[in-house]
Design a protein around this ligand. Structure first.
Ligand code: ZN
Length: 451
């Protein structure tokens, strides 16, 4: 259904047919045939009370969006009559482009128990999380790492129309170094630890870094996530330290470019941010300890910033519960958690380009829009916060031709909220209408059956 990925994989059936064709059992033409794409040929007219023009950052008056199949055919001012179209009257609601969250973890959650849960536990839950995310108005996500590629299976199931969910561009497993944030065996007893390698996303040195990216390509990812720094959950000098060398980051980025894959870097401290920016990554994630020099470098290189304030807030809120009874640890979690919001505000004021990312998975699934409220609290104008989740995120994902604005030719991904988000950004938490690819998933604040 979705055509946003460049590379389409042949299904097993196609592979078998191709193999048979190669053996001259079938004519080659038969191997190439595939069912026609499942699109609705119907025309729909969405009558919006107002429309957020994401390009201009302005709220326009009444607008009619004409949808044909999975794309927008036309956008007309006023309440235009469209002969033969199925009309959907959204009253005085404000329509916006389908929202994009550029930092999610659809298969992860704060109650996850990686030592007891099997991969299937993560995979089953991810189906529920994907639906919640879609119903919250997020029609596209960049999933920034899972346990063991289960979000690739989720993406494929959503694309095939088997389960409802947002368009998913997934990084699959994270890439990092031995003992780093991507090494799941780091906290285990010595005899339970494993010496993980490129097959598991662990790379030491440029050759392994390149191999890790190629393995990810083989696995079918859409983007790459690297753990350039440590996490915030370690008591380290300065709060965080680099976990990848510049040469390793460069090897990841150079290799990723061969496959058209973008690279996002988890990086908290200035040195890790510096290396990631100089290594050529597309975005810095979190950036908790971003300083004037790292902000200036990001601005100079046009590197996106995805601040993920929501996860900082969640960590601060749960500091007592998650600090293992250590008051020092709890205090550190509160300080660092709240610092993420202040850092986001400072980076924005320094002219760094910001794209929307909630770190959903740590931020509760379906509550992604909390990030809008935190962004505005941090000093970003509401229109800018909305652009971060539309035009900006589409640009970061290199999907501006298909996503990010309500314009003819783009995917008919449309959401609507009651009221004016430019006056009250909190209405973004009350999405009442969701259309993805011309299909309605929510209306009047209630899910529409998609079975
Ligand atoms: Zn994350």
């Amino acid at each position: 259904m979705s055509v946003i990925r460049k590379r389409r994989r042949h299904g097993a059936g196609a592979v078998v047919l191709a193999a048979l064709a190669a053996l001259a059992v079938l004519p080659p033409a038969a191997a190439e045939s595939s069912p026609p794409p499942a699109t609705s040929a119907g025309v729909q007219a969405l009558h919006c009370g107002y429309l957020f023009d994401a390009k201009a950052g302005k709220r326009l008056g009444a607008t009619t969006i004409v949808v044909q199949g999975e794309r927008i055919r036309e956008v007309k001012p006023g309440r235009a009559e469209v002969p033969g179209a199925t009309a959907i009257d959204l009253g005085d609601a404000t329509c916006l482009p389908g929202l994009i969250d550029a930092h999610t973890h659809l298969s992860l959650s704060t109650d996850a128990d990686p030592l007891r849960w099997n991969l299937a536990d993560f995979a089953v839950r991810s189906v529920v999380h994907a639906r919640r995310t879609l119903l919250a108005g997020f029609t596209t996500v960049r999933d920034m790492s899972d346990i063991n590629n289960e979000t690739i299976a989720l993406r494929n199931a959503v694309d095939a129309g088997i389960v409802p969910g947002p368009r998913i561009l997934t990084a699959g497993r994270p890439i990092g170094s031995t003992g780093g944030h991507a090494d799941w065996s780091v906290d285990l007893r010595a005899d339970l630890q494993r010496d993980l390698g490129p097959k598991n996303g662990i790379a030491n040195g440029p050759a392994e870094a390149a191999k890790t990216v190629r393995q990810h390509y083989k696995d079918g990812v859409d983007t790459i996530k690297i753990m350039a720094s440590s996490s915030l959950f370690e008591d380290l000098p300065g709060g965080a330290i680099p976990h990848m060398t510049l040469i390793e980051i460069k090897a990841v980025v150079d290799t990723a470019r061969d496959y058209g894959l973008t690279v996002g870097a988890h990086a908290h401290d200035p040195e890790s941010i510096r290396r990631a920016v100089l290594g050529g990554v597309d975005s810095i994630e979190h950036g908790t300890f971003i300083d004037a020099a790292s902000a200036a470098l990001m601005k100079q290189h046009g590197t996106w910033f995805v601040p993920t304030i929501c996860v900082g807030k969640i960590v601060a809120e749960h500091a007592d519960e998650w600090s293992g009874g250590s008051p020092q640890e709890a205090a550190r979690m509160r300080t660092f958690g709240n610092l993420m919001q202040a850092s986001a505000g400072r980076a924005y004021k320094a002219g760094v380009k910001v794209a929307f990312g909630s770190d959903e998975g740590a931020c509760p699934h379906g509550e992604n829009a909390r990030e809008f409220v935190y962004m505005v609290e941090a000093g970003m104008p509401p229109a800018y916060a909305l652009q971060a989740a539309t035009t900006h995120a589409a640009e970061l994902l290199k999907k501006s031709a298909d996503l990010g604005t309500l314009e003819a030719g783009k995917f008919a991904d449309v959401v609507a909220v009651p009221g004016d988000p430019l006056q009250d950004i909190a209405v973004m938490r009350k999405v009442a209408f969701v259309m993805k690819g011309g299909r309605v998933y929510e209306r009047d604040g209630k899910p529409v059956s998609v079975d």
